[in-house]
Write a protein that binds this ligand. Sequence first.
Ligand code: NAD
Length: 396
Amino acid sequence: MIIQPKTRGFICTTAHPEGCASQVQRQIDYVTSQPAIEGPRNVLVVGASTGYGLASRIVSSFAAGANTVGVYFDKAAEGARTASAGWYNSAAFEEAAAKAGRKSYSIVGDAFSDEIKAKTIDLIRTELGQIDLVIYSVASPRRTHPKTGEVFSSVIKPLGGTYTNKTVNFHNGEVTTATIEPATEDELRQTIAVMGGEDWQMWIDELGRAGALAEGATTVAYSYIGPEITHAVYREGTIGAAKNDLEATAHRLNAQLGTNGGRAFVSVNKALVTQSSSAIPVVPLYISALYKVMKEQGIHEGCIEQMYRLFAERLYGQSETLVDEKGLIRVDDWEMRPEIQAEVAKLWAELTTENVYELSDLEGYRREFFQLFGFQTDGINYEADTNPDVAIPNLR
Ligand code: NAD
């Protein structure tokens, strides 16, 4: 079939297998052009098919030479429907890993469930023995609690007061004002249940109980802080409360794993175009302004550059991992440089529909958005008949 992008708001409902494969290869090429990392041997990535999780898996496999297990929630092609981007990304990753002589396995299903945890642990015990790095990179709008069956939904809302700021429709460049009403107590509780640390803790507990964690194992989850302009809706809103919970979990896990020489961290990463971040109001416009400034200064990074730096310079580069006063790893350090933030704030004040392409990198944002689904990628013939049915090698 001829596969073209079909968008609904910030969602693209189609994905292109060859475009996704090319995006994965580009990340592999970047990593293999960098110095190798003396790092983990066996890595579990929960949320491994797109964004930061996929990049973490690529760095583990292609920079550190590790075996990997990826857990993710993606769909195969069916009838006239293409598979999801994460499915095609993972198929391409698995194929490249096999060619490079690394073991890699995929488990597709709900990471929040007991069933998928048990299945993953069985696989680890059979194929790899133990894991020495667990990356937790799940971003989800919903979670079914494995013990109570309660279904939680996360919302991106401020707490206490109404939030109003600029936002952009990144498809047509229209800059408007978004107003978001504050969350209720229950929405806050549910968002923490989805995006907080409970599920991460459950994974580590289960892995530990099964003897699937190596001595000295490390675990890392990802967070975001960001600029003043998004604080009320992000860091001080419902998602920020969930991230506070995630960070508190890291402290607990650090003590828990520490008894066996292990470590737990939250890494604060840069704002980047991913399927999750495009769903947050205001953030796409901020990212567009940020991209413009960071590209002009020659310090722009994507997911793969961020994750390579996390592994090479923080987790495995030094005898001790560099953290801030709250114990957080900061690979958002370049984004948060005062001169970068001052420049973005200046642009922010001036941004309108009329000047958005001139004052921000909205074009770059949009291209990256489509590239997440394998579109707008050089070297791909989008007019060619393409088979959407792609198998994932080593799918368990
Ligand atoms: P993403 O949407 O690209 O990836 C999410 C991953 O989670 C996918 O692999 C998806 O398959 C998986 N997933 C979702 N629900 C699942 C489920 N029930 N079971 C198994 N897998 C499931 O997201 P991302 O932007 O890479 O976010 C990953 C983490 O990084 C999040 O914690 C996010 O807050 C954090 N982060 C993102 C940014 C950003 O700008 N994108 C910045 C800093 C930190």
